[in-house]
Write a protein that binds this ligand. Sequence first.
Ligand code: BV8
Ligand code: ZN
Length: 255
Amino acid sequence: MIPDDLIALLRAARHVVVFTGAGVSAESGVPTFRDALTGLWARFDAETLATPEAFAADPDLVWGWYEWRRARVLQARPNPAHFAIAALARHVPELTLITQNVDDLHERAGSLRPIHLHGGLEATRCFDCGQPAPRSSEVPNEPEGGRRLAPPQCAVCGGNIRPGVVWFGEPLPEAAWLVAVTATEACDVLFSIGTSSLVHPAAELPMHAARRGAAVIQVNPSATALDRVAHFNLVGLAGTVMPDLLAATWGRSDN
Ligand code: BV8
Ligand code: ZN
């Protein structure tokens, strides 16, 4: 049920920021960040595996994990939440989409230029010299339980190729972070969709918007640290809540 005051607020919105996390891709079958640790990687927690130290210590283990996740993303399709977010941009004067996700499902649903704060699975570069490396075109066909996989070698220095994601302990891409902070400063409405609000500095964006007086709307089936700050807590799955919200506000959920 979408509250009437939220409908009125959205119809009058000037600049909407949509901030997403792994939960927006969950209904596409892409494991959320903390659900991705199964099989071979079940004995790790994400914060230790998604680090330069883990890759340096055991490149085959970490590269295998990313290729397994990349295979899952390539097999996945955008879900109604991705399509509703893309449609939302056609109903408001200005929309900035900021995602923590490393998949390309927002792009495949038609969202233009999402800001990836944590990089992306499709980009790769040399771990040693930083030289960007072309992605091999073949789709990885990784077994369910995962496997160790030797990363490709850099054509320039022979070093190991790494995924182009931001690992824990690594800085966020400066340009992406600047655009995200500027949009959060300027918006009058911010959606936080499908994130546990645990990873910093990204998790600070909705808090900052609320402190500035922007209306913060959270969409999540579970409680998060944002519950006490959000003006609207829409408890439910993004794939249901977002289409309902568009239909209640503008009569359609997919245009
Ligand atoms: C940095 C790429 C500095 C890799 C990721 C301040 C306080 C505390 C800690 C820190 C701090 N500042 C820095 C830190 C350290 C650290 C950090 O935040 N640690 C945490 C764990 C405590 N941060 C960093 O290291 C960052 N770097 O600060 O650098 C610096 C500066 C200069 C020079 C050097 C260094 C870098 C952080 C980036 C890490 N990389 N991803 C990869 O993907 O493998 S983060 C990773 O977590 C993913 O990107 C993911 O998107 C992100 C956040 O997780 P969520 O998206 O929220 O996913 P999660 O699974 O947690 O939750 C899913 C949610 O969805 C749940 O709430 C669930 O209920 C909900 N859900 C499920 N289904 C649905 C749903 N919702 C709606 N619909 C559904 N159907
Ligand atoms: Zn190199």
